[in-house]
Design a protein around this ligand. Structure first.
Ligand code: GYE
Length: 299
């Protein structure tokens, strides 16, 4: 309006609905923060944020509500790979482009404009290769991420391929839902069942590994010594445990995807051709490397 509302470019803000998984982990907090920062008013966005508490139906309902509100674009961090065809088709029919961030879906590529995320299979492979090199002959238990999520499925695939043919014996593998609490409870069960036969733990994320530390200590065992621990994410608390010698190896998973996602939304709305897939590179850390970089980690 001519009177002005004091809000610079207020009329031209791009309305974006972001359907986040929930708030299950340190990685997720860092990802949410990165998204909120990138989709800020200063950057030209009006962000509608929803976190679905890791419930697929709630996340689909949030996307449907964004469609009904007529947002300009929708960003989804899909909890599970399956179940997206209907609502993505509804978005497409409504002419609302969808950008995926973080995890992938099994739905046809025609149903979304672009995806930015990580190579979860490679993360699992890197973790598995380290385990074979440094803990061959061990008895392994695995804390899996959320069942049906691409992060859990692909990490399991990569890790499994890397340890195939080694002398690592998998005693058990169960989901801890990517949470500290889940990791703690499942690890307690593993320790009750297998006792000190367990000498290797692979957790699909830092938080489950951190929860498992409590269970391991309560069982009178020393994490990082009696049980070698490999995790994925490299968030602050995980890196602290690694630098302290309680974890043995972490494969990084970069949560700072906001800027790239915001660029993709702008490009797609401007009618530009964009890459269907953007993979953000990850590194990995030993205990020594964690101690060196700990202070400079941004999350
Ligand atoms: O590793 C885990 C989070 O999808 C990459 O989800 C993400 C995973 C991450 O809960 O901590």
């Amino acid at each position: 309006g001519t009177g002005g509302n004091g809000e610079e470019g207020g009329d031209e803000l791009i309305t974006v609905g972001f359907a986040q998984t929930g708030s299950e982990s340190g990685w997720r907090s860092a990802n949410t923060e990165s998204m909120k920062e990138a989709f800020s008013k200063e950057n030209g966005f009006d962000l509608k944020f929803n976190a679905a508490d890791n419930k697929q139906e709630a996340q689909i309902a949030a996307v449907r509500s964004f469609i009904n509100q007529g947002v300009d674009a929708i960003v989804i961090a899909p909890i599970t790979v399956d179940g997206w065809d209907d609502v993505l088709t509804e978005a497409k029919d409504a002419g609302i482009p969808v950008i995926l961030e973080d995890r992938t879906v099994s739905a046809s590529e025609d149903l979304y404009a672009s995806w930015v995320g990580l190579d979860f299979e490679q993360e699992g492979k890197t973790a598995g290769e380290w385990a074979v090199e440094n803990a061959d002959g061990s008895n392994l238990v695995i804390l899996e991420g959320t069942t049906g999520s691409s992060a859990a499925l692909d990490r399991a695939t990569g890790f499994g391929a890397a340890i195939e043919g080694s002398d690592i014996t998998t005693l058990d593998s169960q989901t801890g839902d990517f949470t500290r609490d889940g990791g703690k409870k499942v690890m307690e069960g593993f320790l009750q069942k297998y006792g000190d036969d367990i000498n290797l733990l692979f957790a699909h994320n830092d938080d489950m590994g951190l929860g498992a530390l409590d269970a391991i200590k309560a069982a009178g065992l020393t994490p990082g010594k009696d049980i070698t621990i490999v995790t994925i994410d490299a968030v602050k608390d995980g890196m602290t445990a690694l630098a302290n010698g309680e974890f043995n190896f972490i494969v990084e998973c970069n949560p700072l995807l906001g800027e790239k996602a915001a660029d993709l939304v702008k490009a797609v709305l401007a009618g530009e051709d964009v890459e269907k897939k953007t993979i953000v590179p990850d590194q990995s850390f030993t205990q020594e490397q964690a101690a060196e970089v700990l202070d400079s980690r941004p999350y």
